[in-house]
Design a protein around this ligand. Structure first.
Ligand code: PLP
Length: 297
């Protein structure tokens, strides 16, 4: 693992921030997780755009421009030299005295963490996963907006712990109205009669980048897609369900608690969309310049 701490590349053992960083004290930070394919950060511009929106969402000015951030990322990837990388970009409010006033902090810090991306176990795609519908509700959008990818992750941590007690792969949260929202680190989709549905933004979710690409691919392939309000019954009665997340693409869901979804195996539309997703990854990766080669030119 290698870390770029405000422009300086250091090993894990030296990657330290102050306990007075408001990111540590208050969860006052934002982040993005990106992965590479063929060494190239996938959909990086979309991730950097979402990072900027998250910064706006917490009234934080990024300490460097997205272009500079890209250069710093390339520098870190080049130093790390993993075949494939998992990347976490974090921007914290920075160091300051105790108190909520952001003016107490002199300048935000950025951190780019690069570690080797381990391929997910094939069994999750072959057999599908079980998720748990947990009692922890997703944050109210007017309290801590789930659309902001903030480092204030206690909501997800508590939900994840509840899911883990049920040995679930992921924990699914409802919003305050009892509608499906999202999982702790992924978006949810259901398929019924060849229509693909996923909770809309106003259900209180993060607008996942994988979610967006899957919606585009589904539409391009003639499937009907809906971003709407969904109930737990919609999931229980679905023909198929799946999760989407950058690092693991499309994960079939075959059970929610004791309720079997559809036929209890990954469904044909889920498999079709995953195959198309991987095809799209290949196309987009081929057409994007290799960042490391680019830097040497
Ligand atoms: N929802 C939450 C709460 C997440 O943390 C994530 C990713 O980490 C997602 C959804 C999926 O987003 P993406 O597809 O951009 O990885």
């Amino acid at each position: 693992m290698l870390i770029n701490l405000n422009g300086k590349i250091v090993p894990k053992s030296e990657a330290k921030v102050s306990i007075f960083d408001h990111g540590f004290l208050y969860g006052d930070s934002i982040y993005e997780t990106v992965r590479t394919y063929d060494g190239r950060p996938f959909l990086l511009d979309l991730h950097l755009a979402r990072l900027q929106e998250s910064a706006q969402g917490i009234n934080l000015e990024l300490p460097i421009s997205p272009e500079q951030l890209k250069q710093e990322l390339i520098k870190t990837l080049e130093a790390a030299r993993y075949p494939e990388s998992y990347i976490r970009i974090i921007v914290t409010r920075g160091e300051g005295d105790i108190g909520y006033d952001p003016k107490l902090c002199s300048s935000p810090s950025f951190i780019i963490l690069v570690t080797q991306l381990m391929p997910p176990p094939p069994v999750i795609y072959e057999k599908g996963v079980t998720i748990a519908l947990v009692s922890v509700r997703r944050n109210l959008a007017s309290a801590i907006n789930p659309a902001v990818k903030s480092g204030n992750l206690l909501n997800q941590t508590l939900a994840w712990m509840e899911g883990a007690r049920h040995e679930a792969y992921e924990a699914l949260m409802l919003n305050h109205k009892g509608e499906l929202a999202e999982c702790t680190m992924s978006n949810i989709f259901v398929v019924k009669n060849r229509t693909l549905s996923t909770p809309a933004l106003d259900c209180g979710i993060l607008l996942g980048i994988t979610r967006k690409l899957v919606l585009e691919i589904a539409q391009l392939n003639g499937l009907e897609v809906k971003e709407s309000s969904l109930s737990p019954e919609d999931l229980w009665q679905a023909d198929e369900a799946f999760l989407t997340v950058t690092s693991r693409e499309i994960i079939p869901v075959v059970r929610c608690d004791h309720q079997v979804i559809g036929s209890g195996v990954p469904g044909p539309i889920t498999k079709f969309l995953h195959a198309k997703y991987r095809q799209k990854v290949k196309e987009l990766t081929k057409s994007s310049l290799h960042p490391i080669a680019e830097m040497r030119n």
